[in-house]
Design a protein around this ligand. Structure first.
Ligand SMILES: Cc1ncc(COP(=O)(O)O)c(C=O)c1O
Length: 419
């Protein structure tokens, strides 16, 4: 019989295999100091492009004060227990109704984490006869939610409407054959890696042709898209057709938690059937009060979203002018596509961090195909023109070095934190 732990020690996994050289640098880096566009990494000041602090709220003095006051008033424990048993409060319910009103839905439910929330929503609303049709580039929380689903699922090619219809026809035929079940379509408002919006308007229009309910994970769209900041559905003019609208608080709201909004009767059903909330302690009061403050600022300070977009457009235009491939983004998420091996990519990131003082996230094999490198830059309202200019120069110079083969190293440089 195999010893499970022995097997884990022999094969650390696709990313874990680099742990000894990468830990604390390429993976699990520690950014220190006040959250903002410049933070310290290994003692050096860096321009940081890795945080989803879109509106710059993370360190806003009013947010910090609201968080501190709420923590002083309530501590972290309050309210104790799950919402259903003893952990409910007026403030939790106030946040739910304010969020629902903001995204033009009747009601909403709070979740402690978006990841578990989406998984558990899928589990709560789908039965074994139901079929889930979902986008191929869906976030891991949707994929893991599908693992809980005991019925069929069909994946459509990313944002490909022709394939979407093909999968809908397969799903419809199966439902008719079973004479039971319905179809749930799940997609995203913004795909967080490439920055392209989900084709919500087009999918919504297909409700005339197929029978389905639509769930949208708008983690990156909430606060960044739409005239009021209500997200991708608002931006595309199809918020009404989204049956369940989801966002985390981990991005524009710079906090923790998430919510799901929809028709009151359906949200009530979910409230009484979502296992990740029924069997877990409720969101602590300082987070609820802190999120009420953030939502108020998101609603009343449009200048934050304007600054975010002005920075995003400056960064994206600068990259395009310099010949960089930033793909199909139509949101602030800014991917930069390059060609190179894993080792080259790590040497380039080191050069960017050590010599140019630019800190950004990098995506490499096995997350994407071998030979490709994606740098992922997240502009925020907190970035300055100087941050953008320094970054454009750094990218231009390091890309020239990459093309000249200057980063061809044998192995991933050993940058692990030595204790
Ligand atoms: C698209 C998407 N959905 C869900 C989540 C998970 O949210 P949370 O961090 O609240 O668990 C994330 C990441 O934060 C995300 O990017």
């Amino acid at each position: 019989m195999a010893d499970i732990f022995e097997r884990l020690l022999k094969n650390a996994g696709p990313l874990g295999q680099h742990r000894e050289r990468a830990h604390g640098y390429f993976s699990f880096p520690k950014l220190e100091g006040e959250i903002g566009s410049r933070m310290k990494f290994r003692g050096k000041d860096m321009v940081v492009w890795s945080l989803n602090n879109y509106l710059g709220l993370a360190n806003h003095p009013e947010v910090r004060k609201a968080d501190a006051d709420a923590a002083a008033a309530y501590g972290l424990a309050s309210p104790m227990g799950a919402r259903m048993m003893s952990g409910n409060s007026d403030q939790h319910e106030q946040l739910e109704s304010e969020l629902a009103a903001f995204v033009s839905k009747e009601d909403s439910i709070l979740m402690n984490f978006g990841y578990q929330g989406i998984m558990s929503t899928i589990d709560a609303i789908c039965g074994r006869h139901d079929i889930i049709v979902y986008d191929a580039e869906s976030h891991a929380c949707i994929i893991d939610g599908l693992r809980l689903h005991t019925g069929h699922r069909y994946v459509f090619k990313h944002n490909d409407l022709e394939d979407f219809e093909k999968q809908m026809q397969r799903a419809t035929a199966l439902i008719e054959k079973q004479s039971a079940g319905g179809i749930l379509v799940i997609t995203e408002g913004v795909f967080g890696m490439a920055g392209d919006q989900g084709k919500l308007k087009e999918i919504a229009a297909l409700k005339n042709k197929y029978s389905f309910r639509l769930v949208v994970d708008d983690a990156h769209g909430f606060g960044t898209l739409g005239q009021t900041g209500a997200g991708a559905g608002e931006a595309q003019g199809c918020q009404d057709a989204i049956d369940l609208y989801f966002s985390t608080f981990a991005k524009s709201m710079a906090s923790i938690g998430a919510f799901l909004a929809g028709d009151k009767a359906i949200i009530d059903f979910i409230r009484y059937n979502i296992r990740s909330q029924i069997f877990a302690k409720s969101l602590p009061m300082p987070l609820v009060i802190g999120n009420l403050k953030r939502l108020e600022m998101l609603r009343t300070m449009p200048e934050l979203k304007e600054k975010l977009w002005s920075n995003a457009l400056k960064l994206q235009a600068g990259l395009k002018e310099r010949g960089f491939d930033i793909g199909k983004t139509d949101t602030p998420v800014t991917p930069v596509y390059m060609i190179g091996g894993v080792e080259e990519a790590t040497a380039m990131v080191m050069d960017l961090r050590e010599n140019y003082k630019i800190f950004c996230s990098i995506v490499i094999y096995p997350v994407i195909p071998k030979g490709h490198i994606i740098y992922r830059l997240i502009p925020t309202a907190a970035h300055t023109d100087a941050d953008i200019q320094e970054t454009l120069i750094a990218f231009t110079e390091t890309k020239a070095k990459l093309d000249a083969g200057a980063y061809k190293v044998e192995a991933i440089p050993d940058m692990a934190e030595k204790k």
